[in-house]
Design a protein around this ligand. Structure first.
Ligand SMILES: C[S@@+](CC[C@H](N)C(=O)[O-])C[C@H]1O[C@@H](n2cnc3c(N)ncnc32)[C@H](O)[C@@H]1O
Length: 481
């Protein structure tokens, strides 16, 4: 079903884009309404397109950033840096920094709010008309909706309170102090709630749409390196048209950062009627949902979860059954500065090739080495105090693996439903919308945890059979079952 109002916005955006000096747009592509697939707007080919074809180019002058918007010129005192500051001001992200020049995020949020408030007076108005005002990213989910993610570690990474703090301390004061600049003459001023909502809206748009802009003076270290991470890097900007591209873990186009313009080129031949896809990086579905508000089957290979040091400690304590004094002393010997609180469980998932295709099957190949090292450090301390509890290296290794194995089982048990139950929900189409995306994330993490459990168990059994050569090898025991 066509939607004339939606299509009219796409058409006037395209017309505006083509009018930008230096912009190009291939005749065999079009902006398409993909809302029926839950994908908003996207770009689709209308005829076969060969490999290495420039699909469109975006002049740098059409990008929204500190260099192109009027705002930094109108209130230079806000944007000025002394050159001595930490340019990505990471500390700002927790809302704790209340002074100093704005970092990349805050600068772009201020600029986006400014340009948005200019309405028809902004030269990017037709672009703002195709930017979203509703989001599926986790920041916008209710507690009830978030509870569907169960024990997923992604819930602790949403950062809503930090964002609220940052907007209140770094964004709203600038707008209020320079209201005559932000609000065009005669326009309605926004109250605090409306400004907070607008700041969140722009923050979420930047999170899902902005690009890190490579500095054209710097040679990329590696030609194959994709530009992936939006968090805490130097120059961010909104790149009209490049951000109409949707993305997946397998993709067929790439954004190249040139001196005067950014160009989007095909990585392989694209048949007519195919969506042109970009790449957001090797993100698991949890992170994809947090940053971009969607999940895909292909991104599941990059799923991750975390296991906490506290859980490992409690399993180790149960396993060794040491005297409280010995345990307390050994734990106190650990250098708190060096201690990791959580460890990432992930597969070896391979990388897409230069054509954007995935070739290797993902496989669980390694327990987190930082976890193994940290456990060894603690076991060494315990051994110093109680040598009998860990007589030799092979016992140490067996304890390490058994503890990780048991902790992984307990980690899986923190999710209240089983893998089978979740899969039934998904394959029977019994869930939809946000609930379906949450079930996809939690199911993927359970599958990963089960792979990690099987891997750890096999290692424990191998080690035991090595220590006791009379025992049947693990593989044989498996076969005769
Ligand atoms: C850079 S924008 C792409 C353009 C966007 N579809 C639009 O209509 O404005 C990124 C957003 O597009 C959507 N998106 C991108 N790739 C997607 C995909 N493979 N499936 C579903 N939605 C996708 C998500 O909402 C994401 O936050």
């Amino acid at each position: 079903m066509s939607d004339p109002a939606f299509d009219a916005k796409s058409a006037s955006f395209l017309e505006w884009f083509k009018a930008q000096p230096g912009a190009t747009f291939h005749p065999n592509i079009k902006i398409q309404d993909l809302r029926a697939n839950g994908a908003g707007r996207g770009i689709v080919t209308t005829a076969d397109i060969p490999e290495d074809t420039v699909l469109f180019s975006i002049p740098r002058s059409a990008i929204i950033n500190t260099e192109t918007s009027d705002l930094p010129k109108r209130i230079p005192q806000v944007f000025e840096t002394t050159g001595l500051e930490d340019t990505d001001n990471e500390a700002d992200e927790d809302g704790s920094e209340t002074s100093g020049p704005p970092d990349n995020w805050i600068s772009l949020i201020l600029i986006m709010i400014y340009e948005y408030l200019q309405g028809d007076r902004s030269r990017w108005k037709p672009y703002f008309d195709v930017l979203p005002n509703q989001f599926e990213t986790l920041m916008w989910w209710s507690d009830q909706e978030l509870s569907e993610l169960q024990a997923s570690s992604i819930v602790s990474k949403i950062g809503k309170d930090e964002a609220d703090g940052m907007f209140r301390t770094r964004v709203l004061p600038v707008i209020n102090e320079h209201a005559n600049v932000f609000y065009p003459e005669g326009s309605q001023r926004l109250n605090e709630d409306q400004l907070m909502l607008l700041a969140h809206r722009m923050g979420s748009t930047i999170m899902a749409y902005a690009f890190d802009l490579e500095n054209e003076d710097e040679e990329p270290e590696n030609d194959e390196e994709w530009v992936e991470d939006k968090e805490g890097t130097l120059m961010m900007g909104m790149v009209p048209m490049a951000d109409i591209l949707n993305a997946d873990a397998e993709f067929n186009a790439h954004v190249n950062h040139g001196e005067d313009s950014l160009t989007v080129t095909t990585l392989r031949p694209i048949p007519a009627g195919t969506e042109v896809l970009n790449y957001y990086g090797p993100l698991g579905n949890g992170d994809l949902l947090r940053r971009y508000g969607y999940v895909t089957k292909k991104h599941a290979r990059y799923d991750v979860t975390e296991i906490s040091w506290d859980l490992i400690l409690s399993v180790l304590k149960d396993t060794l059954r040491l005297d409280e004094a010995v345990w307390g002393k050994a734990v106190n010997e650990l250098d708190l500065e060096e201690i990791e609180d959580a460890f990432v469980i992930e597969r070896d998932s391979g990388e897409p090739n230069s054509k954007g295709e995935l070739q290797d099957e993902p496989a669980f190949k390694e327990l987190p080495s930082d976890l193994v090292d940290q456990l060894h450090t603690l076991l060494k301390e315990i051994r110093k105090i109680s040598p009998a509890s860990i007589p030799d290296k092979s016992i140490r290794d067996e304890i390490t693996l058994s503890v990780i194995h048991r902790a992984l089982e307990l980690r899986l048990a923190q999710y209240p439903t089983s893998q089978v139950y979740d899969l039934d929900l998904l394959s029977g189409n019994k869930v939809s919308g946000r609930q379906s995306m949450a079930v996809t994330v939690r199911w993927g993490e359970k599958v990963l945890l089960q792979e990690a459990i099987d891997f750890a168990q096999e290692k424990v059994l191998k080690l035991k059979s090595k220590a006791d050569p009379g025992a049947e090898p693990f593989a044989k025991r498996q076969r005769t079952k």
